[in-house]
Write a protein that binds this ligand. Sequence first.
Ligand SMILES: [Zn+2]
Length: 311
Amino acid sequence: MELYSTRAVFASVFLLLSYTLKVMRRVIAVHFLLIATVFSPGAGAYASGAVSITVFPASIIQGEPMLITVESLDVPVSVKSITFGGVPLRVFTYRARPAALVGMDLNKKPGVYEISVLLSDGRTIKTETTVGERKKIEAPFGIPKKLGGNTQASQDALISTLAAENKNLANLRTGAKTFWKENFVEPLKEIFVTDTYGYVRTTGPYSITHKGVDFRAEEGTPVLSVNRGVVRVARTYRNYGKTVVVDHGLGLMSFYMHLSKIKVNVGELVGVGQVVGLSGQTGYAGKPHLHLSVHIGGVSINPLKFFELFK
Ligand SMILES: [Zn+2]
């Protein structure tokens, strides 16, 4: 009996508790509704998609980068994926917003491309952007004496060894998260462009596109990592000379070439602005300078346009 009555007491206490909880839940639910109604006058707009996509710059040409950010996203809704022309991009957080970088290949077909953002609540937000054609500029570019001068044999050697070097520098390991901090710095204290990105250098029967930018730098000028990252390459190549590659994570990489001295080791985590080497003219270079390349998902884009994204 006593046992039974104890059970009965427990049962009633339990019932009372669960009833109280139910009431509390209802009260909480009502409060949430009130909060939604009172404090978000745009709640209706939000429900029908106040979330928007910002594309910077609004349109680009072949060989340029683009930064996509998702605006006005409220917790707990998150971004499940961002695609450009149907191709998924790597998503990171930039200035507290979901963001993604696009690297436009020099051979990307010009035209209108769709940017699509899939949200965790099932909604899809879309916008469009244009990829324009880059004007092809050609200029002859000789081979320095140290690499055999302007002979057919040294032109052939240049092309075959370049192909091998590019293969060696492709598909490098990249971090699954961003190593970079928000502000990028230029790779030299003083920036003066001597050779722009994207023009075609003709060497005998061959054409080589300059996929990077050359900066004036006296031999021995400190070369700075444009942001935090892990060193993936620190070695000498026949054509690229002494080279350092810093992986900033999620497929974003910076390449420093023709150095006279390498100051870092593979696997080392370098900070933003840290000296990775000294400038020089090793490899396929006629005078001392710094060659900088920036890759987004394996695509080498105009580094000067890249810096503009984060200003
Ligand atoms: Zn160069």
